[in-house]
Design a binder for this molecule. Structure first.
Ligand SMILES: [Ca+2]
Ligand SMILES: [Ca+2]
Length: 392
């Protein structure tokens, strides 16, 4: 079980300015934000058999699966963390993080830190092991755009990526957990946007929608369930959700590797090199889950198993476009670092990938890069995102 240094991105409990505790435990797919007063009760983690930094303040982070509840034991199969004073169920997936102090992680009062989240169900994540892949396009793909050139080798550290797009059910937990009122979840730019807009939920949040043209003509509407991907989120909202869920948006490179790399070849589409309309929710598939041919709607996440990427990710093509973490750089591939590229240092637009429900083959290619959306743009009913987190 790995432990890594973590100096800055701590989480604040609530938006009321109260002090939280040092230890942060995030249970995946999270439902309940406990009050800081609860989190301060007898929460102790023994990490004697874990690696940690010997230099104070020794922040650590580790994760694993709960194997017993009394006491609560968290294990990755080899190492173990013991937690007391926290309710959990066998099989829950936990992240434990905090400051190491003399072999014991204890909850203390500390400003600007602490959140304890609980989750009834976790987002299913796919692990992408460290290694290199071929990113971009060598010009051989149909409808090549210049911003996909040149194809270049990129090494990525191991990471996790959501098997599916973030669903409305998952996003609902962020809303219910106070995410829109908690500035600790947001970047400063994102929080300023949140305050200026006064938003408390994404656009198109209502279950009943009609995205046919002409819009709202009473024909072609559909009902979004909790299994449908969340749409109408601006970059800042996607970023805030990921922060709340203990992760981040994937980098453009992380997104692309998980979408297309077989281990020796970069597929044009997640499933292979040949377009298959029935393998993703686009405008020309007939899958009833997406409403059938030419339907203007999303499909429940994971409704196109034939379109799985080599790593098992679903809907990397189609359904909703997905925000990536990077600023968009038109010629970035010519100067991209070879290891864990993070995108340009600044920019005007954020990257969005993968095509959506009203698209077709051209923009559903894994190498296609859309870079014209400012971070405050909601991309209407076409855009969602996927959660990533480091491999630790
Ligand atoms: Ca469709
Ligand atoms: Ca997608």
């Amino acid at each position: 079980m790995d432990v890594y240094l973590r100096h800055e991105d701590t989480v604040t409990a609530g938006d009321d300015g109260e002090e939280g505790c040092v230890l942060t435990i995030i249970w995946w797919a999270i439902a309940i934000l406990l009050a800081s007063s609860q989190a301060q009760s007898a929460l102790v983690v023994r990490i004697s058999d874990l690696q940690y930094s010997p230099t104070p303040p020794n922040p650590i982070r580790t994760f694993g699966t709960v194997t017993s509840v009394s006491p609560l034991r968290l294990t990755d199969g080899t190492n173990q963390v013991v937690v007391t004073g926290v309710a959990a169920r066998v099989g829950d997936f936990l992240i434990v993080e905090g400051d190491y102090a003399g072999g014991v992680l204890a909850v203390t009062q500390a400003p600007g830190k602490a959140a304890l989240y609980a989750a009834p169900a976790m987002t299913e994540m796919v692990y992408v092991p460290p290694g290199s892949f071929q990113m971009g396009n060598n010009g051989s793909e149909p409808f090549t755009f210049g911003n996909e050139l040149p194809r270049h080798e990129v090494y990525l550290s191991g990471y996790w990526l959501g098997r599916c797009e973030v669903t409305r059910g998952e996003y609902r937990q962020f809303i219910a957990g106070g995410g829109y009122g908690n500035p600790a979840c947001w970047s400063s730019a994102g929080w300023n946007w949140r305050l200026s807009q006064g938003r408390t939920e994404p656009r198109y949040w209502a279950a009943q929608q009609d995205w046919d043209y002409p819009l709202d003509d009473g024909e072609g509407g559909f009902t979004q369930t909790d299994e449908h991907p969340v749409v109408g989120v601006v970059y800042y909202e996607a970023e805030a959700y990921c922060s709340w869920a203990g992760g981040a948006l994937p980098t453009e490179a992380q997104w692309e590797k998980a979408a297309r790399w077989t281990g020796s070849h970069s597929n044009v589409f997640p499933w292979g090199d040949t377009w298959e309309a029935e393998f993703c929710n686009n405008f020309w598939d007939s899958n009833p889950a997406g409403g059938g041919l030419q339907a203007s709607q999303t499909a429940p996440a994971g409704s196109y198993p034939g379109g799985a990427s080599p790593f098992g990710c679903l809907d990397m093509a189609g359904n909703v476009w997905e925000w990536c973490r990077d600023w968009y750089g038109e010629t970035y591939y010519s100067a991209s670092p070879a290891v864990d590229p993070q995108g340009p240092a600044t920019g005007a637009f954020r990257v969005i990938r993968g095509g959506g429900w009203d698209d077709y083959s051209l923009v559903s290619r894994c190498a296609y890069r859309f870079g014209s959306l400012p971070p405050a743009y909601p991309w209407n009913s076409h855009g969602g995102f996927r959660l990533a987190r480091p491999g630790w």
